[in-house]
Design a protein around this ligand. Structure first.
Ligand code: NAP
Length: 248
């Protein structure tokens, strides 16, 4: 039987853990890339491999992914998909008040890693005769700027534009990978906790994030993951390169 093969970054918690759980329930071959493993239930007919890797240093991980994909049988999976989900917020504060190491980490995990992993994925699967999909988990903040979150805004805007450029490149190829950058809504994860726990003197929108939680307006990771996977499964996936689950 041909399984769907998915490579997923940031699968140890939050949205990524919920995506991993739901992908495994639907009988997928899943490779996860995070610093920690997740406690995931592998149902019969699914297959899980977890790599504990730090995407701050993505180049060796991308090389390892390319070699791993090259060893997979190109006709074996029904489809092959890379989901770039991992991200790291720098401390919510003005750019001029954030230390360089913190900023560099957010940029490397959030943007450098997706660039390098996507390049490796596209190269290694270039001649596979199966549907290929590349999904970037973006954010509304890639499209609306927010004070106290400049590096995150830059990462997500960069990711959106990366997706647009890759889509143009792929359109000229025989078996083009379909590409989309998706804002997943507002989700009750550690990332939201970091935003509402921030110092309001350094992060002007702290009260708005606290109010979202109090008003019960956050999606659970499971609900958000179901929306992301429904978007990924759409027959027209890739038509709308920068999308938002709230409009889908
Ligand atoms: N939560 C929201 O409201 C919201 C809204 C819009 C967009 N998003 C986007 O949705 C995605 C998931 O967010 P989330 O809220 O689920 O975040 P989260 O709870 O903070 O989880 C982040 C994931 O990224 C991984 N990660 C972080 N640093 C890493 C590193 N150095 N190397 C490898 N993996 C690393 C973490 O795994 P380890 O710690 O094990 O490494 C974890 O699995 C992100 O792209 C985020 O920007 C979230």
């Amino acid at each position: 039987m041909h399984m769907h093969l998915t490579i997923l970054t940031g699968a140890s918690r939050g949205l990524g853990a919920a995506l991993a759980e739901q992908l495994l329930k639907s009988g997928q071959q899943l490779l996860t890339l995070s610093r920690h493993t997740a406690d995931l239930w592998v149902v019969q007919g699914s297959d899980l491999e977890q790599w504990t890797v730090d995407l701050v240093d993505a180049a060796p991980v991308a090389a390892r992914l390319e070699a791993w994909l090259t060893q997979q049988h190109p006709h074996q999976p029904a489809t092959v998909t890379l989901i770039n989900n991992a991200a790291a917020l720098s401390d919510p504060a003005p750019l001029h008040d954030t230390d360089s190491a913190n900023l560099a980490r957010a940029l490397r995990v959030g943007l450098e890693a997706p660039v390098l992993l996507s390049a490796a994925f596209l190269r290694a699967t270039a001649h596979w005769q199966v549907p290929r999909r590349l999904l970037f988990i973006s954010s509304g903040l890639g499209r609306r700027a927010m004070a106290g979150s400049a590096s995150y805004c830059a990462v997500k805007a960069g990711m959106d534009h990366l997706a647009r450029a890759i889509a143009l490149e792929q359109a000229a190829l025989p078996n083009p990978a379909r590409v989309a950058s998706l804002a997943p809504g507002v989700i009750d994860t550690d990332m939201q906790q970091q935003l509402r726990g921030a110092d309001p003197a350094r992060f002007p929108e702290q009260a708005r994030f606290a109010a979202l939680k109090t008003a019960g307006l956050l999606d659970s990771p499971a609900d958000a993951a179901a929306k992301v996977l429904a978007f990924l499964a759409r027959p027209d996936f890739g038509q709308n390169v920068t999308a938002d689950v709230r409009d889908a």
